[in-house]
Design a protein. Structure first.
Lengths: 74, 357
């Protein structure tokens, strides 16, 4: 099982940059080995930001947590 | 065959780095000569741009500039590419074809990726450059060529000579005027100028307004390693301009590599570096420190899910000290969230990282 802490550690690596731009990426929930996140703030409504973060963050999570399965942006 | 690179002097960005300024000054000097130039630099550092600049600053500028990547051709093909062939020289050679040397007659020939030329071919190249004549494949006639040869290499040829992979005589023939282009990570001071240049260029091409670039993005760009050098920066800017929907480039627009590759982007480094405005008349150290402190505490509390002992451990301070500091910064402690708790409730406790106006 993926722990909240593991996911937060990865998110923590990009969070300072996101926050500096008035946004954030929130870990809403964990479902087994998948994480539900939400973009808040400035980038929340931008489809491009969704796409880049979706792919990038999921890739980073899979790289660091080998059992990680899926990232869902809610 | 690569299409001739359309070149205009507007494509040249002179940054602040002293190394690049020295290179541009050197280019000015050597453009007057006809001697061989070798440009060494990692992929994407701008070897062809410099070769173009050299040609267009020289007296040959009204003559052709021919660029060939030697990596594109197999060992057999490269000879016909460079020297041309006569009709009937081999199956399929239905007519005479001039080589790149002849096509560059009177002008400049840029042989990129010279480090990929096989040893057997190097000797023929040496002869052509030394005697200023070429013989087409299957031909017997020597053709005089008046070309200035510029070569590009991504590897250190001297090293290759030492390893026996590059002919020493050719190396000395080519290495008359060496130009070494630094990788982008070694001239980070030029990243802002280049970033602005590319955003402007791509916005103009798209007919859009030049986007505003947030400080967080500038910070991420300045920290990223840029293994693909200026070409990678250019492509990043192009991608962002094509996908931006709001007119402002923010952290969310960045490709994952850049976002995560900010290296050791810790809250400390980001807030500390972003917090110093370049043009503000003065800053308050106490205010800045409090901002940094409250950002870090907020971050630690979030990562540890509101567990103060864990947060204190993350920050290498005592549990009791953390309590004091939370109170001093006026932070509302985030409640430990469960799945049903409305997210955003503790949003008020997140002090935004200071961004200079």
């Amino acid at each position: 099982m993926v722990s909240r802490e593991q996911v937060e550690t990865v998110l923590g690596r990009i969070r300072p940059l996101m926050q500096a731009d008035g946004g954030d990426i929130e870990l809403v929930d964990l479902h087994g080995n998948s994480a539900h996140v939400r973009l808040t703030g400035m980038c929340a409504g931008c489809p491009s930001a969704h796409m880049t973060l979706y792919m990038g963050v999921e890739m980073a999570l899979r790289e660091e947590i080998k059992e990680f399965e899926e990232l869902v942006v809610v | 065959m690569r299409p001739p690179a359309a070149f205009s002097p507007d494509d040249i960005v002179v940054g602040h780095s002293t190394r690049m300024r020295a290179i541009f000054d050197f280019v000015k000097v050597v453009s007057r000569s006809d001697s061989s130039v070798i440009i060494t630099g990692e992929s994407g550092t701008g070897k062809e741009v410099i070769a173009n600049l050299l040609h267009h600053s020289s007296s040959r500028r009204h003559q052709p500039f021919v660029a060939v990547s030697c990596a594109l051709f197999s060992e057999n093909l490269i000879e016909t590419e460079l020297f041309g062939h006569e009709r009937g020289a081999f199956t399929g050679a239905i007519k005479d074809k001039p080589g790149r040397f002849e096509m560059a007659q009177g002008g400049t020939l840029f042989l990129d990726d010279i480090d990929d030329v096989p040893l057997s071919m190097q000797v023929k190249l040496l002869r052509a450059i030394q005697n200023r004549t070429v013989e087409r494949v299957g031909g017997t006639r020597s053709i005089n060529v008046n070309v200035r040869v510029i070569t590009g290499s991504k590897r250190d040829l001297k090293q290759m000579v030492a390893e026996g992979n590059f002919r020493e005589d050719l190396y000395y023939r080519l290495n008359v005027l060496p130009i070494v282009l630094p990788p982008l990570r070694e001239r980070r001071e030029d990243i802002p100028v280049l970033t602005d240049f590319f955003f402007k260029k791509f916005a103009k091409a798209r007919g859009a307004d030049v986007p505003v670039v947030s400080n967080a993005v500038r910070y991420a760009f300045s920290r990223y390693r840029w293994p693909g050098n200026v070409r990678e920066l250019e492509n990043s800017c192009e991608r962002i301009v094509q996908t931006c929907t709001c007119g402002t480039v923010r952290a969310g627009c960045l490709a994952a590599g850049v976002l995560f590759g900010g290296g050791d982007a810790s809250p400390v480094s980001v807030s500390a570096e972003l917090a110093v405005p370049g043009d503000a008349p003065s800053i308050s150290l106490d205010d800045r420190l409090r901002e940094v402190e409250s950002n870090l505490i907020t971050w630690a509390l979030k990562v540890s899910d509101g567990n103060k002992s864990k947060a204190a451990e993350l920050l290498s301070i005592k549990r009791s000290t953390l309590g004091d500091r939370i109170a001093r910064c006026g932070l509302v402690e985030p409640v430990s969230r469960d799945a049903d708790a409305p997210v955003g409730l503790d949003e008020t406790s997140i002090a935004p990282v200071a961004v200079p106006a």
